[in-house]
Ligand binder design. Structure first.
Ligand code: SF4
Length: 55
């Protein structure tokens, strides 16, 4: 299991700075590396568009 970023992402960059394991990378919409994500949920709390959810 890993968290996922949906189309609601506006690529603001807020989550990148908060992820403790650097699992998030930039793009047109941001992407979470499922191999690195520990499902801590930190990014969910900081995303301004609620684009991140557990999956
Ligand atoms: Fe990083 Fe935690 Fe979000 Fe996974 S759930 S991408 S480890 S901040």
């Amino acid at each position: 299991m890993a968290h996922k970023i949906s189309d609601e992402c506006i690529a603001c960059g807020t989550c990148i700075e908060e992820c403790p394991v650097d699992a998030i990378s930039e793009g047109e919409i941001f992407i979470i590396d499922g191999e690195l994500c520990t499902d801590c949920g930190t990014c969910v709390d900081v995303c301004p568009t609620d684009a991140i959810s557990p999956e």
